[in-house]
Write a protein that binds this ligand. Sequence first.
Ligand code: G3H
Length: 256
Amino acid sequence: PRIIFITRHGQSEDNVLGRIGGDANLSEKGRKFAATLTEFVKQKIAAFAERTLAEQQQEEDEERQRPLSDSIALANGHSHYPPATSSLHEYPTSSETSSVDGTPQPSLEIWTSMLKRAMQTAEGFDPDVYTIRHLRALNEIYAGKREGMTYKEIMEQYPDEFEARRKNKFYYRYPGIGGESYADVVQKLQPIIVELERKRHSVMIVGHRAVVRTLLSYLMEIPTTHMPDMEVPLGYVYACEPRPFGNHLTVWKYLE
Ligand code: G3H
């Protein structure tokens, strides 16, 4: 078992001014969120690891109490009951898996975009303890020629573009070299989703509004027609726990 935490960066200086895109630093408020988030996620991961150990203990106890005839049936193809060393507890626990060469892996990886506001949000995690990755694919939807503008400015100066986006936000692509649509963001995030699926331990993703919407819509099976308008305010932390037949979602709200 593991948790996938997803959140947006803390408030940036551009958020204060209502400007989209860009590569601004965190505001004072954003830095406070970053510090709180760091402690919150560390505590949650520790609590989760404890819960997992308790569950494992219970499984082992049940295994020990199982009648020998059942155990032989479970051995499935083995001619005799496997020795105790090959029973369940020999496997690495979910909170501390081992790599092929036996080096212990941290129980939590942190992935952020390559934008300063996201990297600064994860700065409180010690890189000697946690694997921290900055991935370009997690960068916010790129607004091309409209980077750095406010929605009001776009509406006033480029009303046709504003209307075109309002009508079809998923496929609308911002003008200019590298300008993106939500459909482009979905493509951009494919390698992240593949990597996320194959991970065995917990991951915290610090992204951006469009990125969080896209990841949540994938994990929680939210249709793409709803996805570009989903409410994902700053300060919300989403925790997805993969379970049989779907992910379980818990949402926390940061109270300043
Ligand atoms: O800077 C871009 C925004 O965070 C993305 O939000 O797709 O609702 O305009 P939007």
